[in-house]
Design a protein around this ligand. Sequence first.
Ligand SMILES: [Zn+2]
Length: 132
Amino acid sequence: MTSVTVDQLRAYLDDSLSDADAARVEQQLRASEPLRARLKEILAQRERGDHSVGSVWRTERLTCPTREQLGSYLLEVLEPGHQEYVEFHLKTAECPVCLANLHDLQESQKGPPASSRRKKYFETSAGLLRKR
Ligand SMILES: [Zn+2]
């Protein structure tokens, strides 16, 4: 029961929906594959029209978050609007660059804390020094 119209999707992309409506659209996007496909279509249309709002949207909104921002996103410490944008960029736009970056960050967050990494490094260097 998809009740999100194309106009609402456009408004969502333009950031002109109320918070409640935007949240509802996002919820529907998460739940509905056809709706995500429609959103991608709208995006593709905008990509083609260079002198439209699309080009503004592309420069303003399709900009990749920095690695620091992706790290903050993982820790969920970004401002709410920004957190949602990064999520959209990753999950709906499926930016391959950022997804790879995110995966990398997730892997490194799983590793031992920096202090024990450092300790290990010093132990290794100490061992090397002794051998020489
Ligand atoms: Zn990206």
